[in-house]
Write a protein that binds this ligand. Structure first.
Ligand SMILES: C[S@@+](CC[C@H](N)C(=O)[O-])C[C@H]1O[C@@H](n2cnc3c(N)ncnc32)[C@H](O)[C@@H]1O
Length: 195
């Protein structure tokens, strides 16, 4: 009998739509220009610290190539740069998120951080990385009202392509349990770590 146990789905939500994220980052862009508010850090500053601590504990050298998938306002990348990581890329499918993160990063004189618009539910060629970070993006994709299952599969293929042979994938999720994540990421060869 076919095992469909890794095909688990969440209740669709507006957080799984681009319209929602476009409106959030348009608002945040305006707020940043107006009074310097960078907007929300998803899962709070603690989640950034946990990832930084995990990278330090795992002795990840600061020249390792790191990509943040669905980087939003880019604050995770800024924290990584503050810790000395110097080969950083962020992608998001919202142009306004990338514009916001570029504006914030400019004020920090961290122009070495590369930023790019990319939809991770489309076939992407973003290069190969040592560390692939996801903080809340797989969650958002999982909440899509339009065929979340296919979108997740394309996302998984993209991440798999991006990881080099010894690459590590670090995911932070509030919608999935550890075992649910492992089940869904169990296709192909994966190195995963829960921060
Ligand atoms: C919960 S927010 C997290 C933002 C950021 N990682 C953080 O921790 O603050 C989810 C992010 O995923 C992005 N996103 C959702 N679906 C995406 C997709 N298909 N491709 C790229 N980015 C996506 C959203 O625009 C949003 O910035």
């Amino acid at each position: 009998m076919e095992d469909n146990s890794n095909q688990i789905e969440l209740e669709p939500s507006e957080l799984g739509t681009k319209v929602y994220w476009d409106s959030i980052y348009e608002r945040d862009k305006h707020n940043f220009e107006d009074h310097g508010d960078v907007g929300e850090i998803w899962f709070g500053e603690d989640s950034e610290l946990r990832i930084l601590r995990w990278l330090t504990k795992s002795n990840v050298p600061t020249d390792k190539k790191i990509i943040d998938l669905g980087c939003g306002n880019g604050m995770m990348l800024i924290e990584l740069a503050r810790e000395g990581y110097n080969n950083l890329t962020g992608v998001d499918y919202c142009e306004s998120a990338i514009e916001l993160s570029k504006s914030i990063i400019k004020t920090q004189s961290m122009d070495h951080i590369k930023l790019q618009v990319a939809d991770l539910t489309q076939d992407c060629n973003l290069g190969v990385f040592d560390i692939v970070l996801d903080k809340g993006t797989f969650d958002a994709i999982s909440l899509s009202p339009e065929d979340a299952q296919s979108k997740k599969l394309i996302y998984l293929k993209n991440v798999s392509k991006m990881l080099n042979d010894a690459g590590l994938f670090v995911i932070t999720s509030c919608n999935w349990t550890e075992s649910e994540l492992i089940k869904q990421f169990s296709t192909g060869t994966w190195y995963y770590s829960l921060a």
